[in-house]
Design a protein around this ligand. Structure first.
Ligand code: VG1
Ligand code: CO
Length: 563
């Protein structure tokens, strides 16, 4: 006998703002709290699009932020009413984004719903988010998110099992009977960490890493910024690799991430940088709220740019058992990510793909067996072991490289520059800019794309002269399904290979965020190879600001964040 629940159809009013951005629907938490049925509507829209069949299995979990548990409750009730056969839920609702991807693939699930606004702050006065992933474990492609959005704009009713309440705090199995024909729904609450840990042990040589850390007396510091990675970091570092508990910083997930941004960059993960600067720890890593991003820091605070990190992992792929076994099929980077990877791909004679911003664009290539390793400048690195970027994976990849090279972080990075030259990279973010001003910046740039009047013109700053060779709006045709993504960022490429890119963020929850990306190449024999990247980038930054007129249009003298 199983407990029975009835399905109620509730009438509702559609919303016109439930359009998923670069990575899911992200809004101020207040929107979810105060707009009637806002969550129910969106979950119903997902259900209407995926049309759960009798073998539909969904994975559900999130980064622990405020409102997550409430959202899990809603998902259980609406999914059960819509015919989902089985739900796999992380204990207490906690699952990192990479873990969701891993679990979808491992159990051949139909998809998953991830409750996170990733690196955006959390709490009643910050952000919440909901993201749908498909059966390959990756973020839903645009055709799916567009369909969800279309449904959401016309939704008049949602189905719900109002009284179905489940316990998500205890690992175990529960079954319920739904509706008149007693359709069965199975709910499995699983360990947040176990499946992901098994996968990591498959990819990396844990016993060797443990010995290496022990023999070299390495001191590690992993900072979870109070996001979901805490329990994963504890399990991997302390329980498996034998590190002491003081390797863990901010590793207890909090609903408001302790009041700060769970964003692993030099600004918001300042604490880690300061700790590393003391010279006590050998290797440090910080992760974002949902655990898919990583920032890596070496001894004495040596910073590894995410673009370099990707290129260095590619060049050292044989240090990672998974790649040794499966080979490196091809590599990819998002368009604004620096060209450091391109140089490695050329040396290794591997295919290199340049995709629009957002992890969903890597999925098809991976599914087709053409892509093994990819990354984004936004502190995202990953491989085809799952279909999301993976913060902890990146840290373990680096540990494997350090072990293989028997060198420290700084030595590995500098050796790479000496071999390939150095792509200095920076990103300026202008957050919460007036939407009209942001659009003016972009239309000004697009006018240049239209009329091509700046082609071959010279732009000088601090005795550097840059000649514009390409001024375009990036467009991408997926090599696998031929789908086309237009308007993916205005790109200016100069004669020396340096690049400047402008685009508007698709993950903010209010106002507009302008991102300006600068990628400037220093050849391996240059005197300033190891000098400060900031200095090296100055001339190009100045040219970029002049061309885009960001200060004039936005009234901002300086960006909100520089990474
Ligand atoms: C940003 C980054 C992008 C990343 C996305 C999701 O998008 O630039 O590279 O894939 O966030 O990351 P946008 O549209 O704001 O530039 V996560 O860790 O927030 O899911
Ligand atoms: Co994230």
């Amino acid at each position: 006998m199983c407990e029975s629940y009835t399905v109620t159809s509730v009438s509702t009013t559609p919303y016109d703002d439930q359009k998923p951005g670069t990575s899911g629907l992200r809004k101020p938490t207040q929107v979810f709290l105060t707009k009637t049925n806002y969550t129910e509507n969106f979950i119903q829209s997902i259900m209407t699009v995926i049309k759960p069949s009798e073998d539909c299995v969904l994975v559900v979990g999130g980064d622990g932020r405020y409102f997550m548990k409430e959202a899990v409750r809603v998902i259980v009730k609406v999914a059960a009413a819509n015919g989902v056969r089985r739900l796999i839920i992380g204990q207490n609702g906690l699952l990192s984004t990479p873990a969701v991807s891993c679990i979808i693939r491992k159990y051949s699930a139909t998809g998953g719903i991830i409750l996170t606004a990733s690196h955006n702050p959390g709490g009643p006065n910050a952000d919440f988010g909901i993201k749908y992933n498909i059966s390959n474990g990756g973020p839903a492609p645009s055709k799916v998110t567009d369909a969800i959005y279309e449904v959401s704009k016309q939704l008049n009713t949602y189905d719900i099992c109002k009284d179905l309440e489940i316990d998500i705090s205890t690992i175990g199995h529960q079954s319920f009977c739904i509706g008149e024909n007693k359709r069965k729904v199975d709910i499995d609450v699983i360990s947040s960490v176990a499946d992901y840990l098994t996968l990591m042990k498959d990819i990396f040589d844990f016993p060797a890493l443990k010995n290496y850390i022990h023999d070299k007396k390495l001191k590690l510091r992993f900072d979870a910024l109070h996001g979901v990675i805490g329990p994963y970091a504890k399990s991997v570092l302390c329980d498996e690799l034998g590190c002491s508990q003081d390797s863990l910083a901010h590793c207890v997930p909090k609903e408001d991430f302790g009041g700060s941004h769970p964003d692993p960059n030099l600004t918001y993960a300042r604490d880690l940088v300061q700790e590393m600067e003391k010279g006590v720890h050998d290797f440090g890593a910080a992760f974002d709220g949902d655990g898919d991003r990583n920032m890596l820091i070496g001894k004495n605070g040596f910073y590894v740019s995410p673009c370099d990190s990707l290129a260095i992992i590619a060049n050292n792929y044989e240090a990672i058992p998974y790649f040794r076994k499966n080979g490196l099929k091809g590599v990819a980077r998002s368009m604004p990510t620096s060209g450091a990877l391109d140089r490695v791909a050329a040396k290794l004679q591997k295919s290199m793909y340049e995709t629009p911003t957002g992890w969903k664009f890597f999925g098809n290539l991976m599914d087709a067996g053409q892509l093994s390793l990819c990354g984004e400048e936004s502190f995202g690195t990953g491989s085809d072991h799952i279909r999301e970027k993976d913060g902890l994976w990146a840290a373990l990849a680096w540990l494997s490289i350090l072990m293989h090279a028997n060198a420290d972080v700084e030595q590995v990075v500098k050796q790479h520059w000496r071999e390939f030259g150095r792509n200095c990279f920076t990103r300026y973010d202008y957050e919460q800019v007036d939407v009209v001003a942001a659009n003016n910046v972009m239309s000004g740039l697009k006018a240049y794309v239209e009329n091509q009047s700046l082609l071959n013109t010279e732009h000088t700053s601090q005795s550097h002269t840059f000649v514009i060779k390409t001024f375009d709006d990036f467009e991408y045709t997926d090599p696998i399904d031929q789908s086309v993504a237009k308007n993916q960022g205005v790109r200016i490429i100069f004669g020396d290979g340096s690049r400047v890119i402008f685009r508007l963020s698709g993950t903010g929850s209010s106002g507009a965020t302008i991102r300006m990306y600068i990628d400037s190449y220093i050849s391996s024999d240059a005197e300033n190879l190891e000098a400060s990247a900031e200095e090296a980038l100055k001339p190009l930054v100045e040219v970029a600001l002049r061309l885009s007129k960001i200060p004039q249009f936005t009234g901002r003298e300086a960006p909100t964040v520089i990474t």
